[in-house]
Ligand binder design. Structure first.
Ligand SMILES: [Zn+2]
Length: 161
């Protein structure tokens, strides 16, 4: 459980700067980092992950656990503000299971947009995520950068954590 630099762990690579990360790091606490998702879950889907390479929620330290609740509340609140009325819900989920191998845990915080749900025939929840993965549309880098700039502005305006 100690990949880190040069280990091949994609999540560690984004966090330590050895892999290019569209949108950059949005927020860091002592134990967590927030980034834009690189997968096909749309512009505005963020990742909340521990800086430490752990592959199960049960491995979280007391300090990591203590930071997590307020951080998820803050990130989902920022998403609602930035996305606005189109945001019907913010999904927070964690799978971290690729090829049936536990990976670096990361919470996905996805704004469930009316336009995405309508485009996929009213699919919501896991069905919406499955449809978006099937579609496989990676977000435009420019749109990601623009969204991340708006997230940073909102983060700069609030004073939590
Ligand atoms: Zn890792």
């Amino acid at each position: 459980m100690k990949p880190g630099k040069g280990s091949g762990c994609v999540a560690c690579g984004f966090a330590d700067g050895t892999r290019p990360l569209p949108g950059g790091t949005l927020l860091r606490t002592a134990h967590w980092t927030v980034e834009h998702c690189v997968g096909p879950l749309g512009v505005g889907t963020l990742i909340v992950k521990p800086l430490r390479h752990i592959t199960g929620v049960h491995e979280m330290s007391a300090q990591e656990s203590t930071e997590l609740g307020p951080l998820l509340a803050r990130v989902t609140s920022v998403l609602r503000t930035v996305v606005g009325d189109e945001c019907e819900q913010v999904y927070v989920c964690l799978w971290s299971h690729s090829g049936r191998v536990p990976g670096h845990i990361h919470f996905v915080a996805q704004p469930a947009r009316t336009s995405d749900i309508d485009r996929h025939g009213g699919a919501y929840g896991p069905a919406l995520q499955m449809a978006m993965f099937a579609e496989g549309a990676e977000p435009e880098p420019g749109a990601v950068e623009e969204f991340c700039a708006r997230v940073r502005r909102v983060l700069g305006e609030d004073s939590a954590i």
